[in-house]
Design a protein around this ligand. Structure first.
Ligand SMILES: CC(C)(COP(=O)(O)OP(=O)(O)OC[C@H]1O[C@@H](n2cnc3c(N)ncnc32)[C@H](O)[C@@H]1OP(=O)(O)O)[C@@H](O)C(=O)NCCC(=O)NCCS
Length: 179
């Protein structure tokens, strides 16, 4: 999958995530929130146990899968997941689940080599092979160009925060919420 090769070896390769990646996926999830900004270290660290518990259950129910990119030494350097969420039937779409891409993260030293692009492509292919007609995500500023190049378009989703604290955070123009 790599664009570049070192000494004839692919520089990176993709593999499917496994339950044994829980620690890594938590680390990448924390890195993602940290780089997106606007969340305290305490809030980021505080959500990790719940996130790993959620992942463990979702893996067991086959509701989450994804890909890990490894470098030539086998070290995991990027990852991304797709979650098959419960969905209501819509005209022309009766599938009980809808795929949602989340937790896209590439370690800083490995950015710009097309890893996120390759992971999203693989996730799209996976969703297509399962017969889904569309896939959704929320984009960070860094992720937006990657997704746009792969054909993602803005949607009509709206959001209303329900407490004064989150409402005033929502008004701050510099911070865009994403996951
Ligand atoms: C977004 C992210 C996953 C992209 O990973 P990547 O493996 O470098 O992605 P690719 O190599 O496939 O594509 C790189 C593109 O990302 C975009 N990009 C990366 N960092 C960016 C930044 N800080 N600001 C704006 N765009 C950025 C650029 O369009 C870049 O394209 P270019 O290399 O042609 O300039 C990575 O930057 C990251 O982990 N960021 C922090 C977490 C995050 O925002 N995750 C996405 C959540 S929706």
């Amino acid at each position: 999958m790599a664009r570049t090769h070192a000494a004839g070896r692919p520089r990176y390769r993709l593999r499917r995530v496994a339950l044994t990646d829980l620690e890594l996926l938590g680390k990448h999830r924390a890195g993602m929130w940290r780089d997106i900004g606007g969340r305290s270290e305490r809030a980021i660290a505080g959500h990790l146990p719940a996130y790993r518990r959620w992942l463990r259950t979702a893996f067991a129910r086959r509701r989450v899968t994804g890909f890990v990119a490894e470098d030539a030494d086998g070290a995991p350097v990027a990852s991304g997941l797709v979650w098959f969420q419960d969905a209501q039937p819509r005209p022309g779409e009766l599938a009980p689940q809808a795929p949602y891409i989340l937790s896209m993260y590439t370690e800083p030293a490995h950015r710009g080599h097309g890893l996120a692009t390759q992971i999203v492509r693989a996730l799209i292919a996976l969703c297509r092979s399962r017969g889904y007609r569309r896939v959704t995500l929320h984009a960070s500023e860094a992720g937006r160009p990657v997704y746009a190049r792969l054909g993602f378009v803005p949607t009509r989703e709206m959001r209303r925060f329900l407490s004064a604290r989150t409402r005033s955070a929502a008004r701050a123009p510099a911070v865009r919420r994403s996951r």
